[in-house]
Every structure is written in structure tokens, then in C-alpha cells.
Design a protein around this ligand. Structure first.
Ligand SMILES: *Cc1c(COP(=O)(O)O)cnc(C)c1O
Length: 384
């Protein structure tokens, strides 16, 4: 891949990560540390580059979703603790041992399989126990109606396992409605009950962690050993329309750019792109831009008024977005020409188009939007 500003590219300013990490640290208790979640290639930003920058900021613990992601960090020379948050198929347990990874033990049955494998290798598998306090995804159910503390204790004491920590996950920490705030607070109560019961059984629970990005933004006072932000060090929240309880100032690190390939004037009553859902009412000047849905720019925002920046001004996407290209109306902008840079996310001559806007057009959350962009979009890193 050409590491250059070719047809479409992402610019990632890693120098802003340190600021974002400091903003997180200002919110949380002094003794609480950051476990950086760099799953899904650090939400498309490049897990190795982002992780190395985070290490410079003092981060020494990473979370990923799979053993493959963990191995790619190890192969890049990252020796920190790495927690696999998700499922490792038993046929890959040997990688967990070989690369000194920490596996999530999310049920008694799964822990038993991990333990049996580790014992067959005459060793121990490192792990954290996951508690389901209301997300109903992974974890041993520890809720009001069903409280499997016995399973938790059995995992802690199982031969073949070295349990070093315990965690749970919020499902509505981003929502401050009364109902969902109560739900989150109840998740905290349940997690604390599990911790107390583990201690009561004479077991040291190891390191504790509960908060994702919105857990930090809305419940910053919680004093567990780690917080688990993914999104925040990238400098964005899930959706700028969501109210939050704290007032941090994050700096977005990513911009998305593409080139103008052709500018043309079209006459009235001319249709643009596949499907012919845009038709000119009068004479228009349009530009073709070299980015499309195969780059990850969402086809769902075709012809709904989604905008881009060019020459510091807004231009509207017209017609259906194609696989490798899209068209914009630049009638109101002088001097648009081939080779001009179009900003789809980011800053252009003092104008700014936030990822939150694309997220609104695509009817999703920034976490999802950031993961849209495919491998064929080169990542260009700015560092000191
Ligand atoms: C993805 C994930 C996180 C990070 O979530 P953000 O909202 O990006 O901060 C934390 N914990 C778990 C278990 C996750 O799956």
C-alpha cells in the first residue's frame, strides 16, 4: 500500500493522544490506572501505533477482543499485560500460554476448559473473571434473580488457572435518564457485592475494573484499580448529543481526506450516479471525489444532505455513493479543481466537520463510524 496521500487517506495525529490520556486521568481517582482498549485495530486507527503512543503516556495494560489482536501487539514488541476481553476458541488456548496473555474467564464451563488445557501443559493460564451484572453478554451471572457466586469462587480456586483480576461491563452508562442511571448504579452494587463475597471467602480478588468510556465520563468517582476506555483517547465520545456529567476537553486525533478527480458543469435535468435519485434543477457545478463505500464511507448517507468540506466550505453529497467515488455539489465554491483535497472528517481552512456529524447522518454512534474505514485507506501518522 502506498503510504501517501493517494486517492483517500486517514490522517492520525498521535501527538494529541497524550492530551486525551491526561484528560482521562484528571477525571479518575489518583490511584486508578488506565487499561487501554485497543480492540478492532484501535477502532481502525492502528493498534500498534496507538498502543506504542499510549505506552509513552504511561499506560501499561491493554485490552483487545481476540487472541489474534493480542498476538499482533506481541509481534510488534509490546510486552505489557494484555487482557483478551472475548472468546478464545479452545483450539487457540496454546497461543494464550505461548504469548503470556490474560484470558477472560466468562463462565464456569469455559474456565474448566481453560484449566484442563493449562494442566495438560503443566502450567497455569492467567485470566480475569468476568461478571455479568446486567449486560447479558459474557460473564458469570451475578444479578438479583440469579447470583452464581459459587461459580466465581470455583473459578478463582481452580487448579490450572491463575486468576489475577475481576471485571464487569456497563450497558447504559452513556444514558443519564433516571431509569438507566438506576440500572447502572445497580450494576455497581452487584459488582461490589461480588467483590465483598470473594473477599469474605478469603480470596484476594486481584485487580478490579468496571468503567468503559461513558463509565468514566458519568461515574468518574468510582475507585476500582483500572478503567477501560477505548474511545476517549481517540478524542471523541459516542455521540455529541448525549449529555454527560463531566466536562473534559478531548482532541479528535483522526481526519479523513480524499482527492477531487474531476470537476464538471451539468445542465438542468441531468441525473447523477447510480439509481438516478439526484437530478439537477438548474445548471450545477459538481465534483467527483475519490472515496466510496469500499473505503468505508457509508453508502447509507447517499443523497440525504450529508456534507464534506472543500476550500474551507461545506459541499453536499449528491446521488448515490459508489464503491470508489462520490459526487458533491460545488456550484457555490470558486476554483474547485482536480487534485483539491476534500475533508470528510476533520478540519479544513478553519472549518470543521466532526465525526459526530457523519455519525448522525449514518444514524449510528462514533464507535461504529470510526470502525467503518477499510484497510485500503492508508493511515498517515503525524508524530513529533
Ligand atoms: C469495547 C469495550 C470497552 C471500551 O469501550 P469504550 O466505550 O470504547 O470505552 C471496555 N470494556 C469492554 C469489555 C469492551 O468490550
Amino acid at each position: 500500500m502506498l503510504e501517501c496521500k493517494s486517492r483517500a487517506w486517514m490522517e492520525i495525529d498521535t501527538t494529541k493522544i497524550a492530551h486525551n490520556v491526561e484528560e482521562i486521568r484528571k477525571l479518575i481517582p489518583k490511584k486508578t490506572k488506565i487499561m487501554a482498549i485497543v480492540k478492532a485495530n484501535a477502532y481502525g486507527h492502528g493498534d500498534v501505533v496507538i498502543s506504542k503512543e499510549l505506552i509513552k503516556c504511561g499506560v501499561d495494560f491493554f485490552g483487545v477482543s481476540s487472541v489474534d489482536e493480542a498476538i499482533s501487539l506481541r509481534e510488534a514488541g509490546i510486552t505489557c499485560d494484555i487482557l483478551i476481553l472475548g472468546y478464545t476458541p479452545p483450539m487457540h488456548f496454546h497461543y494464550v500460554l505461548k504469548h503470556n496473555l490474560i484470558q477472560t474467564f466468562f463462565s464456569l464451563e469455559y474456565a474448566q476448559k481453560a484449566a484442563a488445557f493449562a494442566q495438560s501443559q503443566q502450567t497455569m493460564m492467567r485470566g480475569h473473571v468476568k461478571i455479568d451484572t446486567g449486560m447479558s453478554r459474557l460473564g458469570v451471572i451475578c444479578q438479583d434473580h440469579e447470583y452464581h457466586i459459587d461459580d466465581v469462587l470455583r473459578i478463582y480456586t481452580m487448579a490450572g488457572l491463575q486468576v489475577e483480576g475481576i471485571f464487569s461491563h456497563f450497558s447504559v452508562s452513556d444514558d443519564l435518564s433516571k431509569k438507566n442511571e438506576l440500572y447502572t448504579k445497580h450494576q455497581i452494587i452487584l459488582f461490589d457485592r461480588v467483590l465483598a463475597d470473594v473477599k469474605k471467602a478469603g480470596i484476594h480478588p486481584g485487580v478490579t475494573h468496571l468503567q468503559n468510556s461513558y463509565g468514566i465520563l458519568n461515574y468518574p468517582e468510582l475507585a476500582y484499580d483500572y478503567v477501560r476506555p477505548g474511545l476517549l483517547f481517540l478524542g471523541v465520545t459516542s455521540n455529541d448529543a448525549l449529555e454527560i456529567r463531566t466536562n473534559p476537553s478531548f482532541l479528535p486525533i483522526m481526519q479523513l481526506k480524499a482527492n477531487v478527480s474531476l470537476v464538471k458543469t451539468i445542465q438542468p435535468n441531468v441525473s447523477v450516479s447510480y439509481g438516478r435519485n439526484y437530478c439537477s434543477k438548474d445548471v450545477r457545478k459538481i465534483a467527483t471525489v475519490s472515496i466510496g463505500y469500499a473505503d468505508g464511507y457509508p453508502r447509507a448517507v447517499s443523497n440525504i444532505g450529508a456534507e464534506v468540506l472543500i476550500h474551507g466550505q461545506r459541499a453536499t453529497i449528491i446521488g448515490n455513493i459508489c464503491m470508489d467515488q462520490l459526487m458533491i455539489d460545488v456550484t457555490h465554491i470558486d476554483q474547485v479543481k482536480e487534485g483539491d483535497v476534500v475533508t470528510l472528517i476533520g478540519e479544513d481552512q478553519g472549518a470543521f466537520l466532526a465525526v459526530d456529524e457523519l455519525t448522525r447522518w449514518a444514524k449510528t454512534i462514533n464507535n461504529d463510524t470510526l470502525c467503518f474505514f477499510k484497510g485500503r485507506v492508508p493511515r498517515i501518522y503525524k508524530s513529533e
